[in-house]
Design a protein around this ligand. Structure first.
Ligand code: SIN
Length: 178
């Protein structure tokens, strides 16, 4: 059994974890930034008309806020099976240290799911207007892609978390400027 009992959620896991946990706390990771650079054909889009979801990309000095979930060690293996299935569209488990205070230096060991350039659904950098256009037209088994973006932005706002990329995309979508 792993000693990493924290899960860091930064996308849909932030507002919709759907797995048992003992506590949840806003948390951040260092050296990563959130980007809508991953296509979704299984949750917020379909093959042939993929949606856009977030992944984390390495960026020296960056900080990314999300939600930390502390798991019951007895339930860890079962939760990871569930999450491996949910995140099967290109995400892989990644060890990470979760931090909870702005000035924290030492973190709690945990896991997060990252979609790297090695997965077939990775898109990489694109103009925000192109991403917005794709988000507007995409729907998948988990619902409208637009809903994913707006719920993520709302969840970040509730935590008073800054995210220039997410909020800029939200503004474009709300303004209908895509
Ligand atoms: C996450 O939320 O941590 C992973 C990406 C997603 O499922 O949206």
């Amino acid at each position: 059994m792993s000693s990493r009992h924290w899960i860091f959620g930064y996308g849909s896991l932030l507002w919709h974890p759907e797995f048992p946990h003992l506590e949840q706390r806003p948390a951040f990771v260092r050296g990563w930034t959130r980007r809508f650079w991953q296509a979704s054909t299984d949750h917020r889009g379909v093959p042939g008309r993929p949606g856009r979801v977030v992944t984390l990309v390495p960026e020296p000095g960056a900080v990314c806020w999300g939600m930390g979930y502390r798991l019951d060690p007895e339930q860890l293996d079962g939760v990871l099976v569930t999450l491996d299935w949910r995140e099967r569209g290109g995400y892989e488990r990644h060890d990470v240290a979760l931090l909870f205070e702005h000035d924290a230096t030492q973190g709690e060991p945990g896991l997060m799911y990252v979609a790297t350039p090695a997965n077939p659904n990775y898109v990489g950098p694109r103009e925000l207007s192109e991403i917005a256009c794709q988000v507007r037209s995409a729907h998948g088994p988990s619902g409208a892609n637009l809903d994913y973006v707006l719920r993520l932005a709302d969840a970040l706002r509730r935590m008073a978390a800054e995210d220039v990329h997410v909020f800029a995309l939200e503004r474009l979508l709300r303004a209908g400027e895509s």
